[in-house]
Design a protein around this ligand. Sequence first.
Ligand code: IPE
Ligand code: IPE
Ligand code: MG
Length: 229
Amino acid sequence: MEKKKLEHLAIVMDGNGRWAKSKGLPRVMGHHAGVKAVERVVRAAKELGIPYISLYAFSTENWNRPKGEVMGLMGLFRYYLRSKLAELCREEVRMRFAGDLAALPPDIREILREAEEKTKDYSGTQFITCINYGGRRELLDAINRLLASPPEGGVTEETLRRELYLPDVPDPDLIIRTSGELRLSNFWLWQSAYSEYYFTNKYWPDFYKEDLEEAIKDYCERERRYGKA
Ligand code: IPE
Ligand code: IPE
Ligand code: MG
């Protein structure tokens, strides 16, 4: 594959519900199938040598879904993180989380903390799960912290960035969204200023390594200009 800087790949995993509906299954089955796609794609990112992969798993707006679905999703996070942690450790994937984690159920918070702690020394691919993440909330939290102790000389891009959830993670180079929706839905608002976008009609549970490779190939053929002539 052609070499072009792709440090951070971000994905809006969308279409689990429609995937399930198309098969006459309950929505939660779509989320289960979505988890399998997560495993495939994280492994693929690692094989392709991508340093950071971030996946949008639950937005600050997703609490507005029916209670049963929200509970099903929380159950899936518990199951996934508990059962897969050992495997991810074996594969030396560093797990990190972005979002308003304080608002999550305490036992899930504890599982996230443990996953971060156990994998913190791995230096290969970092797998970032965005959970209870909202770009607006991230920015508001940052602004409020800056207001509480204003930096000398005023707020700059650098001082604001330092207040984001994961200030050391580079901005996403490529953002993929599945399921044919053409929007960001409050994902990486600050960080996506110069990201490239790739949209596919495939539902997330139907997304495979080949689809990822196709997206990366497309990305590699683009010219990123950052406002220059
Ligand atoms: C994405 O699939 C998963 C989450 C947002 C948690 P959806 O659940 O949004 O699936 P659709 O968009 O309804 O098909
Ligand atoms: C975006 O998907 C959030 C996640 C993938 C976690 P949604 O399905 O919630 O987004 P909208 O409602 O279609 O914009
Ligand atoms: Mg959706």
